[in-house]
Design a protein around this ligand. Structure first.
Ligand code: MN3
Length: 241
């Protein structure tokens, strides 16, 4: 396959991933350097490391973004560079993990999930100042009575997650619901698992420097820096999906 038809194939698969059979034997002769434009990349944080102080400390943000998230990106690239999946939206990849060759699937699940989850997570936080309103607020009230009850349920699910994982608010069957996932899994990985509109990282690396073993205190701090504007955008997008 020459490079031009490969590029065309990638464009096609992005649009019609579910309907397209992704070749499992794509030539692996293309070097890392030549494929540079198709590498997954770590975007800078949308704010400074200390923007969420005192709730989430600057050192945690710096290490979490620059080391942990960077490692997910690097490891995802190691798995997918030179394959038909390089350059596809990571959301498409984690929705179709069954199409990834078995030998790569676990690593792509962990690192693709890690890349996708953290990309959302940084944007789900912002300096305090936003609040749920409009259609999002109505949906929260319809599903949980009020915002406080929703966050209480999210806190309980996040505390109950043994070991490393995430707590989520998802839109599922027209209602908002609380779920949690292990490791770097995302609700999108499971058919019918719902579409996440809010998520909180409960890996120890997300809070240990400031909160040590006190996950509950970290969750209370996270609730103060939720970017409700972004959550509302995800909710609108989820309704149309
Ligand atoms: Mn993390």
């Amino acid at each position: 396959m020459n490079p031009i038809s490969r590029r065309q194939l990638l464009k096609t698969t992005t649009a019609t991933l579910a309907a397209t059979i992704i070749p499992s034997a794509v030539p692996n002769a293309v070097s890392f350097a030549q494929e540079k434009d198709k590498l997954f990349k770590l975007d800078p944080l949308p704010y400074k490391f200390d923007a969420l102080e005192p709730h989430i400390d600057a050192k945690t943000m710096e290490i979490h973004h620059g080391k942990h998230h960077q490692a997910y990106v690097d490891n995802l690239n190691k798995q997918l560079v030179g394959t038909a999946w390089a350059g596809l939206p990571v959301e498409s990849i984690i929705k179709e993990l069954d199409k990834i060759p078995e030998g790569k699937r676990a690593a792509v699940r962990n690192n693709g999930g890690g890349h996708y989850n953290h990309t959302l997570f940084w944007q789900m936080m912002a300096p305090p100042g936003t609040k749920p309103e409009g259609d999002l607020l109505k949906a929260i009230e319809a599903s949980f009575k009020d915002v406080e009850s929703m966050l209480k349920a999210l806190k309980e699910a996040s505390l109950a997650r043994f070991g490393s994982g995430w707590g989520w608010v998802v839109l599922k069957d027209g209602k908002l619901a609380i779920v949690s996932t292990p490791n770097q899994d995302n609700p999108l990985m499971e058919k019918g698992g719902g579409i996440p509109i809010l998520g909180v990282d409960v890996w120890e690396h997300a809070y240990y420097l400031k909160y040590q073993n006190k996950r509950a205190d970290y969750l209370d701090a996270f609730f103060k820096v939720i970017n409700w504007k972004f959550v509302a955008e995800l909710f609108e997008k989820a309704k149309k999906a």
